[in-house]
Design a binder for this molecule. Structure first.
Ligand SMILES: [Zn+2]
Length: 261
């Protein structure tokens, strides 16, 4: 499944910035050059290199991201109206990125910088959605306490109206990688997370949090979103009324039985 393999790489895009901490600690990008074509589309302002693939793809991308923005606020049951700036780079070198699917989100300035290479497919849509979701989650749920929450939530709320790189990817991926998955309790420890394969860490956290949202709603997740690693396991148990290990077993069983409905 070559397409799925590309998806894995796309999902790990943020890893170029360890813990994606840059998403939260850098006040904003600086030093932009002037060579941008500017497109205002509703709540978005897009910046693309003149005549680039990105510049030619603004309308479909704006439709996908607008839908994603709405879906994220609905899934998390939050009210949030913000104007988002998206800088779409023609290639990794152009934006000083490590790979073809890379991005950084700056919640304080509501800005995303990301690569935007053809084709206009699920990988590109989910990359930009993931980065935009960092802006919304940080500004509505607060500063996440663990890398697990930071990265997991940004993909867990990816909606699939225009592609299938959300639950239709994460749940089957979980079922087919059960033997490789570290315990959730371990991944909630940032030190462990940083030593884990980024693909495994990102996909596992996204899958588990998507399932938690689907089955328990967003309320308990909001109670544990900002909790730091040492208390995370205990606080999840108290918010959900079940030990993490029990939730984990139920999630795995769900993924194994998932038929993509
Ligand atoms: Zn990220």
């Amino acid at each position: 499944m070559p397409n799925r393999r590309r998806v894995l790489r796309a999902a790990a895009a943020c890893v170029a910035v360890p813990f994606a901490s840059a998403c939260h600690q850098i006040l904003g990008p600086s030093g932009y050059d002037a060579n941008w074509q500017v497109f205002d589309r509703g709540r978005f302002t897009f910046y693309a290199r003149p005549s680039s693939f990105a510049a030619q793809s603004i309308d479909p991308l704006s439709i996908v991201l607008d839908d994603q923005y709405n879906a994220t606020t609905v899934m998390l049951a939050v009210q949030y109206a913000a104007h988002v700036s998206m800088y779409l780079y023609a290639d990794p070198k152009d934006g000083d990125f490590a790979g073809n699917f890379s991005g950084v989100a700056y919640p304080d300035t509501l800005t995303v910088r990301a690569t935007c290479l053809p084709p206009l497919d699920a990988n590109l849509m989910s990359l930009l959605s993931h980065e935009m979701n960092h802006l919304i989650t940080r500004n509505t749920l607060g500063q996440s306490g663990t890398a697990f929450m930071t990265e997991g939530i940004a993909s867990a709320v990816i909606t699939e109206r225009y592609h299938s790189n959300g639950r239709h990817f994460y749940y089957p991926w979980t079922a087919s990688h059960l033997s490789q998955l570290p315990p959730i309790a371990s991944l909630l420890d940032d030190d462990f997370w940083n030593r884990t394969s980024s693909q495994v860490a990102y996909n596992t956290s996204a899958s588990f949090l998507a399932w938690l949202i689907d089955t328990r709603g967003p309320a308990p997740l909001k109670q544990v979103f900002t909790v730091r690693s040492p208390e995370a396991v205990e606080r999840i148990q108290s918010a959900y009324g079940q030990p993490v290990t029990e939730l984990e077993s139920a999630w795995k069983a769900f993924c194994l039985a998932y038929k993509g409905a």
